[in-house]
Each structure stands twice: as C-alpha cells, then as structure tokens.
Design a protein around this ligand. Structure first.
Ligand code: SF4
Ligand code: SF4
Length: 252
C-alpha cells in the first residue's frame, strides 16, 4: 500500500496544474482530468475519482497534455487511484447537526488530548465547539446547554470558557432588495441566503450600508480544491453587481 501511495504521488506530482487545462479541453466526455489529478495531489482520493465518472479511457487528455517532459500519465494514475481509494462515493456533506436538540449550522471544532496515544486513556481533553446560527437565540441556547454541564461527571473534571463570539450581521435591507431586484430584472434565478463564514463585508457593515452577492460554484464546493465557478456565473454576478450599484446610485 505504501508503494502504491508513493507511485500515486509520483504520477500526480508530474502535473503542472495548468489554468484552462488542455487535458480537460480535449476530453470528449466533458470531464475534468486536470481536477482529477489535482484532487489526487491534495489527497482527496474519493473526490478525485468522482471527477472521472464516465471516463471511457480514450486517452485524449494525455495526448493533449502540454507538460514539456512528457504527458502526465492520467490513465495510469486513475488505475492506481481505483486500487487505492474506496469505490463507494463520498457521502454527501451535511454540515447541520443538533446539540442536545438545538439545531446548529456549520458546527466546526478542534480536539486535542494528552497523551494522544491510541492505547492510553487521556488525562486531558480539550475541544472547541463552533456554534453557528443566524438566530442569536439559538447560539445562546447552545451556550446555556454547556453551562448546565456539571463541573464533574464520573470523576472527570469539566470546565469551559467562551473563547470568541461575534454578533450576527444583518445586511442593509434596501440594498439586499436591490440585489434581488437586479437578478430578477436580468432573468437570473436567485435566492436569499445566510452565510456562516467570516467576510470582510460583515465588518464594513459597521461603517457603511452593505450587502453581498454570491454566485454558485459547481457542486456547491467552496474553499477546497474542487471549487470551480464557471465564468458565466461570474459574469452574471458582475451584471447583478453593476445593476445594484446603479440602483444604489439612483437612490442616494
Ligand atoms: S481518458 Fe477519460 S478523462 Fe481522458 S479524455 Fe478520455 S474520457 Fe476524458
Ligand atoms: S495533466 Fe497536463 S495538461 Fe492537464 S493540467 Fe496537468 S500538466 Fe496541464
């Protein structure tokens, strides 16, 4: 298995990670062999193979590869990846969860324990819980649940601290309306959404009326190597932005 991993890493490292990859442009099935190689390189084996679903093994991608010292061996890499990675498709990501019955969004966390050895019961475990929800009442409910945990459970001492928090930011409603109206006037589908991650706009909102426009990425992937936003979607986003700015200009 170790040899297989080394060979996979070796083949994947040959790729130059081209922008507008010629290997992808050559694929008669419209697949993204470039993203397949990239995903392998970044250790996303299951995601990598998903990029090659429907591959007929024609080799057009390899023939189109512009790597100067010889084409990236995409098909050999695919064959090795099929051996190395489980065949089952990756489960669909669901970032919602419940904390003692309280629904949360995007729960993230970090766990560290001491000693971190699989045969030894740790004497210290620290973990963080990132409780996110657009409704501050729900976040408060999560904190209240933690506060109610006894300070000692089954001879394990327990303590907590609130490390960091931030208030939910509601963007300037008239400007949010302008974004929605602009999309509608241009004939683009749109939806209002909440966004859990941090954005510069949430701080700008303290100073100026603010709104945001998101454009859809393929498969909903974001902040990972699979993320890809088609140019057409970016153009639509720019159209909406321009019309929104014109509406704001007319309103002020
Ligand atoms: S071998 Fe597969 S990925 Fe490569 S061009 Fe042919 S169908 Fe596309
Ligand atoms: S396989 Fe070849 S063409 Fe495709 S991204 Fe890698 S170097 Fe570029």
């Amino acid at each position: 298995m170790k040899q297989l991993s080394i060979r996979i890493a070796e083949l994947a490292s040959a790729c130059m990670l081209c922008h507008d990859a010629p290997c992808a442009a050559a694929c008669p099935k419209g697949l993204s062999p470039d993203r397949f190689v990239r995903s392998v390189r970044f250790a996303n084996g299951e995601g990598a193979l998903a990029q090659m679903t429907g591959c007929v093994g024609c080799g057009a991608c390899e023939r189109a590869c512009i790597r100067p010292d010889g084409a990236t061996k995409i098909l050999a890499l695919k064959a090795l990846a099929e051996q190395a990675y489980p065949a089952a498709p990756a489960p669909k990501a669901d970032l919602t969860t419940q904390m003692c019955g309280v629904p949360c969004e995007n729960p993230l966390g970090k766990i560290s324990c001491h000693p971190n050895i699989h045969t030894i019961i740790p004497d210290l475990v620290r973990f963080t819980l990132d409780a996110r929800h657009q409704d501050p009442v729900v976040v408060r409910q999560c904190i209240d649940i933690i506060k109610k945990i006894p300070s000692e459970v089954e001879k394990c001492a327990f303590s907590y601290e609130e490390a960091w928090s931030r208030a939910t930011v509601a963007f300037h409603k008239p400007y949010v309306d302008f974004v929605e109206e602009s999309a509608k006037e241009l004939g683009y589908p749109s939806m209002r959404m909440y966004s859990g991650p941090g954005h510069d706009a949430q701080f700008a909102a303290d100073i100026v009326p603010t709104t945001m426009i998101f454009v859809p990425s393929g498969g909903g992937h974001s902040h990972c190597e699979l993320e890809h936003t088609p140019v057409e979607n970016c153009k639509k986003g720019a159209d909406v932005l321009l019309n929104t700015v014109l509406k704001i200009d007319a309103a002020v």
